[in-house]
Design a protein around this ligand. Structure first.
Ligand SMILES: [Fe+2]
Length: 294
């Protein structure tokens, strides 16, 4: 996966918004990001996800995976709150609140589109029907729209209880390393480091791991758990498809802000990708060890 400078940079040069020199520097920086970040193995070769997509995971592996994912999903709230607090602008703070409030259960609201009426209140907040577009501003809060509650429902089908999921004590050392790196780097006080981490996380997500997880879970569901709800994963896959298109625009905007620091941005990105890699390596080592025990 390689990033490309979009064509509108040329338009910006021709209408005088950017000088040719500025456009050239940005383009060189995108090349550096391609060399230093986009080649990271967690983006180009995620071994666990590749294996998982083949549908080879049995119930024990899926359970372990869901528990570790729930720890990441829950502890991510702390990193996201730190990102809200450390935002460098009101706009940045609001963008971070969109993610935090949505994670906690505020359903995205799209002005103009009449929200889908749900007759069955049990289904309000169900990821199979809630929007992936719009803003939490004006959105409705539902406990059951919390992403963690979506995972709890999956866990319940697999025999996992409330206290089996989402807590630090449920995490393996590699999952906890990842969560701690998120808090430290993604939620960093220095916006350059935090933005580098955000950029890394977005590109990791855009590399297609949600699709691989969905494919593996669908195969597992068919054979082992026909009642397993997969909408937590399909919802995130849908939202990532939308985000992927914005990554370049965001990078461009950031690059031309006054305090942008290339080195710190790349450092945040690199460290964050190493953290993400630790999480998937932990899952991969677990499934290999389980295969030998069987
Ligand atoms: Fe989420």
């Amino acid at each position: 996966m390689q990033l490309k400078v979009s064509d509108h940079i040329e338009t910006k040069v021709s209408n005088g918004e950017l000088t040719g020199d500025e456009a050239g520097r940005f383009s060189a920086f995108v090349d550096t990001c391609n060399q230093e970040l986009m080649t990271h193995p967690v983006i180009t070769d995620n071994k666990f996800c590749k294996w998982f997509a083949s549908g080879a995971a049995d119930k024990e592996i899926v359970k372990h995976f869901i528990v570790q994912f729930s720890v990441f999903s829950n502890l991510f709230l702390m990193a996201q709150l730190s990102k809200v607090i450390n935002a460098g602008s009101l706009e940045g703070m609001r963008a971070s609140k969109e993610i935090l409030a949505n994670e906690l259960g505020v359903i995205f609201h799209k002005p103009g589109s009449s929200a889908k009426k749900v007759d069955d209140t049990d289904r309000e907040g169900d990821p199979a029907i809630v929007s992936t577009e719009g803003s939490v501003d004006g959105g409705t809060f539902r406990f059951q729209a919390a992403h963690f509650e979506w995972l709890l429902k999956m866990g319940a089908i697999l025999g996992l209880g409330f206290n089996d999921m989402g807590k630090r004590r449920n995490g393996t050392p590699s999952t906890l390393f990842f969560c701690d790196q998120l808090l430290d780097i993604y939620g960093n006080e220095d916006p350059n480091i935090a933005e580098g981490a955000s950029f890394a996380v977005e590109n990791w997500a855009a590399a297609g791991f949600w699709k691989q997880l969905v494919a593996g879970l669908e195969a597992f569901k068919q054979v082992e758990e026909p009642k397993l709800p997969l909408a937590f994963f399909t919802w995130h896959d849908r939202i990532e498809d939308q985000h992927a298109g914005h990554v370049m625009d965001e990078l461009e905007e950031l690059y031309f802000t006054e305090d942008f620091d290339e080195e710190k941005f790349l450092e945040g990105g690199r460290k964050m990708l190493d953290g993400v890699q630790a999480f998937w390596n932990g899952l991969n080592e677990h499934r290999i060890a389980a295969a030998y025990q069987a």
